[in-house]
Design a protein around this ligand. Sequence first.
Ligand SMILES: [Mg+2]
Length: 222
Amino acid sequence: MKAHVGPHHVLLLDLDGVLVDTRPVMESAWHAVQESHGIDVPFAEYERHLGRPFNDIMERLELTAVGGIHATYSQASVAAAQLARQFDGIAEVLHAFVAADWRLGIVTSKPLDRATPLLAQLGCPFATVRVPGGQGRGKPAPDPLLLALIDLGADPAHGTYVGDMAVDQEAAHRAGVSYIHAGWGYGCPGTPTPDIAQSPKDLLRLLDASHRSSTLVEGSVL
Ligand SMILES: [Mg+2]
């Protein structure tokens, strides 16, 4: 398995619902929030907003006292961390991209302390990891994708973002990078309908094809 691509391509990836199935962790953490804070918002409602920074989700759910809720959620997430599972084949696919000279980066709304152990388990060299809380706005703003590209010294035209929620697609569009929807994730894509990878391995096929077409354009006399 090998993606035949050039040296300057950047693959930016979301974490939850793309690399790792953390849904059971999130569900468990949300139940802890419901119990500790007497909140009756169901997990399904929380889940609709995945991809956005936590505080943004709280605002959309019209919840206040966010500091305490976030502390409970973080603590319960750490306690349930063993429920997270890598999606089948994802580590193998990431290594194939690395072998084909792609540079990998992570753009996630998960805080760094909880993202790091999950990324370490994949055993891949991620050239940058962008999380909330630093410079810029969170997804669906383009900021974290643009910051990741700056980290790597890459143009948006050489970047592809793989996400699983409509907010991921919106962020990619606003950043000027290509988008591929991870069909194995948690959400539906927005409009216009993007390329959808049916499995992690499908990413190799989709990106191989898109590289060939861009090579043709670059090599053509227009
Ligand atoms: Mg996601």
